[in-house]
Design a protein around this ligand. Structure first.
Ligand code: G
Ligand code: G
Ligand code: MN
Ligand code: NA
Length: 252
């Protein structure tokens, strides 16, 4: 188990890296976005996934410093890829609870855009319902500030919280990500199909984009498509890729 000290050392010694998972249009396979996902290149333990250190980082508050690094790195990487001819699509960055509730959030976002030169429309912040649940009024205010910059906001893990519909009603988001728990049995479950279809049509009328994550099989893909959802992210299309693998596949 990692400690605060180890995380500090890791950050200082550049042991964190970002992987990038493509988001695609299921109809034609076009790239529509990329989610940045952190990994720890540990000198002894190899590549450590977020499950091995995010909770310690959250508890100790280290998640903020790590998260600000992620934000900057993702913006710089995407700008550099765009300069090298990559498709012009947004990069999605996950925001932790502590980052969202940090008073410097908006300033940090501006700074990351400024130093990278990335246009705001190519940055999207993924925020979970539970992160915003505590103080809805304040969350709305923060989201309005973020949206005013031209940066997108995606409601991550949609459907797993307690009152998804009230969030949908009041939060100024432009995308929602249907949680992969709805995808798991979708090929067999009429109930899951009904729920996903309803979410898609509701979002459509609210002018909110929908993406589904966790598509692993052809059967799941077909079922999701029949729910009229086109945007997908999942192992079926691609696992999260190391930077160089992403470059190799998308800069040609
Ligand atoms: O990459 P993977 O699917 O293993 O990620 C597991 C979890 O870690 C997901 O819930 C994801 O949102 C979270 N995660 C990945 N990268 C980051 C990050 O940069 N910041 C935060 N706060 N969470 C992340
Ligand atoms: O909570 P969040 O949406 O940020 O989680 C993203 C996580 O989901 C990443 O850790 C990523 O590796 C994982 N992931 C992406 N696609 C799939 C998939 O098809 N199946 C599973 N089981 N996990 C996936
Ligand atoms: Mn996410
Ligand atoms: Na999610």
């Amino acid at each position: 188990v990692s400690t605060e000290n180890e995380l500090q050392t890791a950050l200082y010694n550049h042991q964190f890296v970002l992987f990038y998972q493509p988001q695609v249009n299921a109809c034609n396979g076009t790239l529509i976005g990329v989610e940045a996902l952190i990994r720890w290149k540990h000198p002894k333990r190899g590549i450590v996934p977020p499950s091995g250190f995010i909770s310690v980082a959250e508890e100790t508050g280290m998640i903020r410093e790590i998260g600000w690094w992620v934000l900057k790195e993702a913006c710089q990487r995407m700008k550099s890829w765009q300069d090298q001819g990559a498709p012009r699509v947004p990069v999605s960055v996950n925001l932790s609870f502590n980052q969202f509730h940090d008073d410097s959030l908006v300033k940090r976002v501006c700074h990351a855009l400024e130093v990278s030169g990335l246009c705001p429309e190519y940055l999207e912040l993924e925020i979970t319902e539970s992160t915003m649940a505590e103080d809805l009024e304040r969350s709305i205010k923060i989201l309005n500030e973020i949206r005013a910059l031209g940066v997108g906001v995606s409601l991550d893990d949609f459907g797993t919280g307690y009152s998804s519909l009230s969030y949908l009603k009041s939060l100024p988001i432009n995308q929602l990500k249907i949680d992969r728990s709805f995808v798991l049995d979708i090929a067999r479950s009429n109930r899951d199909q009904a729920i996903v279809t309803a979410i898609v049509s509701m979002a459509e009328q609210l002018w909110i984009d929908v993406i589904v994550e966790g598509i692993e099989t052809k059967e799941q893909l077909l079922a999701i498509e029949s729910c009229r959802c086109r945007a997908i992210q999942g192992y079926y299309y691609s696992r999260p890729l190391a930077e160089e693998d992403f470059s190799e596949n998308y800069l040609a």
